[in-house]
Design a protein around this ligand. Structure first.
Ligand SMILES: CN(C)[C@H]1CCc2nc(NC(=O)c3cccc([C@H]4CCCN4C(=O)Nc4cccc(C#N)c4)c3)sc2C1
Length: 400
């Protein structure tokens, strides 16, 4: 083959091997699977079926227990049959996503968990899809979430130092990847089998622009933890940056120390009102003994974004007196012993997860259109096979 053709062929092959390329092999096979071949192409349809069986699919996993649920799906503890490895498998309904225009959130979640390669971020091991769902196969976090931890223990200030330090380092990882999280809350903070923290749910993450800001008109996030500037972005295009996540850390720290969130109200409007009027509504219950440093840090986070601690980077946060202690430092905390180490008896021990009843709503499926069915086109490229990349040199040789 002439040099020029060989050079171009090599470049294409490199693209096909690159997990982040739009024409990598997984993406190409997604395209084949997304084509709705009509019965008259019997051979092709048969081949398509065979490809779907050879690719990773939900039959490769044994279901163990339902361990979480969200707006578009659920998380199950599963065991991969051929490797016996346990994972947390999140299943998102394609039907739910097709009903809403702003449902491309799973791309950020997939990108962050697949490529963060960080001890602070739950790792995505595999992603695949079928006609109804997207599946994300992730680390199982047997320590459960911080909501459960706060329910089980009265958190002393020393523990609050540990968990706040780990959340700060985890968020710094997300920010350095170019994302604002926007929904930092204890539900999204999970503990591994040592008791160390990882962030777990990235559906509300948004890429920052070159100026470090995001422009968004939908107020995302959970009422209690949402910052004033994100709240004000509802309906209008408001710009804000990573500092909105530091507000949520302030709420989290307050909740660990006082057992409730600072702007709680029995109505959404009540909570929003208190958040917008935080200068007057923030107060510390007298009966709880809390250090001045802790109150100072909470005030430094729960303030207007132009004054908020962390707006110039996390060094100002790390330097705050609240974090001064004789056990943990920002540099060694991941190698230290956490306040609570989960007692686990097996690799599929789910003691730290509440039983969840599955809402048996009838599975809505979309009618397969008679004509061209483009329903799966938005999901092409979602499949991710992580380490065992197809077309990797050893695979081809093994076949040879
Ligand atoms: C703008 N709108 C349209 C979109 C805004 C962002 C968004 N995110 C959604 N997200 C969901 O629909 C969903 C589904 C299952 C579980 C979870 C989380 C919330 C509860 C637990 N959970 C989770 O991810 N757990 C988890 C993750 C990783 C490891 C382990 C373990 N062990 C557990 C979320 S739907 C939706 C709509």
């Amino acid at each position: 083959m002439d040099v020029e053709r060989r050079r171009r062929a090599n470049t294409l092959e490199r693209e096909m091997r690159d997990p982040t390329s739009i024409c990598n092999v997984d993406c190409l096979l997604d395209t084949v699977s997304a084509l709705r071949l009509r019965p008259r192409h019997a051979q092709a349809a048969e081949k398509q079926q065979r490809i779907n069986q050879l690719r990773m699919n939900v039959e490769d996993f044994d279901f163990i227990k339902l361990i979480g649920a969200g707006a578009f799906g659920e998380v199950q503890l599963v065991r991969h049959k051929s490797s016996s490895q346990v994972y947390a498998m999140k299943r998102l309904s394609k039907f739910e996503m097709m009903k809403r225009p702003d449902s491309a959130f799973f791309w950020e979640e997939r990108h962050i968990m697949a490529h963060a390669n960080s001890e602070w971020i739950v790792q995505l091991h595999f992603a695949f899809q079928d006609s109804k769902y997207l599946y994300m196969v992730m680390d199982f976090m047997p320590g459960g979430d911080i909501v459960s931890l706060m329910g089980d223990y009265d958190i002393p200030e020393k523990w609050a130092i540990f968990y706040t330090m780990e959340v700060v380092l985890a968020l710094d990882t997300i920010h350095n990847m170019g994302f604002v999280h926007r929904d930092v809350k204890p539900d999204n903070m999970l503990l591994d089998n040592y008791g160390h923290l990882k962030l777990a749910d990235f559906g509300t993450c948004m890429r920052m622009g070159a100026n470090g800001q995001v422009v968004s008109s939908n107020a995302v996030g959970t009422p209690d933890y949402i910052s004033p500037e994100v709240l004000q972005s509802q309906g209008v295009d408001n710009e804000y940056g990573r500092e909105c996540d530091w507000w949520s850390v302030g709420i989290f720290l307050y909740e660990m120390l006082f057992g409730e969130t600072p702007f709680y109200a029995d109505s959404l409007v009540g909570t929003y009102g208190k958040i917008m009027d935080h200068k007057n509504s923030l107060s510390f219950p007298q009966e709880v003994e809390i250090s001045e440093q802790a109150k100072a840090l909470i005030r430094a986070f729960l303030t207007d974004r132009t004054q908020r601690l962390g707006r110039y980077g996390i060094d100002d946060i790390k330097a705050h007196p609240f974090f001064r202690n004789d056990t943990w430092s920002f540099d060694n905390i991941r190698e230290s012993v956490p306040p609570v180490v989960p007692e686990l008896t097996s690799d599929d021990d789910t003691r730290n997860f509440e039983d969840i009843e599955r809402d048996e709503k009838p599975e809505e499926v979309f009618p397969v259109p008679k004509g061209f069915d483009g329903n799966h086109l938005p999901f092409i490229g979602f499949t991710y096979t992580g380490d065992y990349q197809l077309l990797s040199s050893d695979t081809v040789d093994a076949e040879a």
